[in-house]
Design a protein around this ligand. Structure first.
Ligand SMILES: N[C@@H](CCC(=O)NCCCC(=O)O)C(=O)O
Length: 235
């Protein structure tokens, strides 16, 4: 779904990166790619990454992905290289910027269960399940042309404290943060807790998000290697 959205909606070439520091280096990835989609993924960011001790409620982890994703996000923010965060990727953007996560938001008073239904078809798992209210006049409301949108929801964790430069512009009805960006970043840094890759070509919320990310990536590619320089290389 992610590759299809990047290819068909963002109009970029999707490349899948092994998120393992034994295989790739962040500095090489920054040179090889023009932008990065931080996808969803079931393992949770290890709580040590935000200064908390591991408990049973934190579930299972992917420390290799933590070791690539978190420094890569910081480097992209610093360089103005575009990033798009989805679900676990959204949580990574927050942690990379110094934020923290709740291990299991459905255990918090007044919060709904944001996890996917355990049974059912893929259509049922990715069905639109709650409203997200967006900041009036904010970047997300402008992008979607609406202040309220409907989204799917397939996650157990959620933002506890927002990172230093994280602006939260969208909330679920139970107060769970759903849409963020990094204040003062020179590049595209939008991230969402839901899964826009589902039905990306047709959904009125997913489509503009992937189109905007694709445009940001193409602009970055042109800036780092303007068409005149590309022609020089061929000549
Ligand atoms: N681990 C986090 C992130 C949840 C997430 O990204 N879910 C997507 C799962 C997609 C899949 O199963 O492939 C959390 O639970 O909060």
């Amino acid at each position: 779904m992610n590759s299809q959205a990047i290819s068909q909606v963002s109009d970029c070439t999707p490349l899948l990166v092994p998120a393992d520091p034994r295989l790739v280096r962040v500095e090489d990835l920054l040179e090889a790619c023009d932008g990065f989609l931080f996808t969803g993924g079931r393992p949770n960011v290890h709580p040590e990454e935000y200064g908390e001790a591991e408990t049973k409620a934190h579930g299972f982890f992917d420390r290799s992905r933590d070791a690539i994703a978190l420094p890569l996000i910081r480097a992209c923010v610093e360089r103005g290289q575009p990033i798009l965060g989805i679900c676990r990727g959204f949580q990574e953007v927050n942690v990379a910027m110094g934020g923290t996560l709740y291990p299991e938001i459905r255990d918090l008073p007044g919060r709904m269960n944001h996890r996917m239904p355990p049974d059912g078809s893929i259509e049922e798992k990715f069905a639109l399940r709650h409203k997200v209210t967006l900041a009036q006049g904010g970047v997300f409301a402008k992008l979607f042309g609406a202040q309220e949108v409907m989204t799917n929801t397939l996650h157990g964790q959620g933002i506890k404290e927002a990172g230093a430069r994280i602006v939260v512009e969208g909330y679920a009805p139970d107060g769970t943060p759903e849409a963020i960006y990094v204040q003062g970043a020179r590049g595209f840094t939008l991230a969402v807790q839901w899964h826009p890759e589902w039905n990306a070509a047709n959904d009125p919320v997913s489509r503009p998000l992937f189109v905007a990310f694709g445009k940001a990536v193409q602009d970055y590619a042109t800036r780092r290697s303007p068409p005149s320089a590309q022609a020089d290389k061929v000549a």
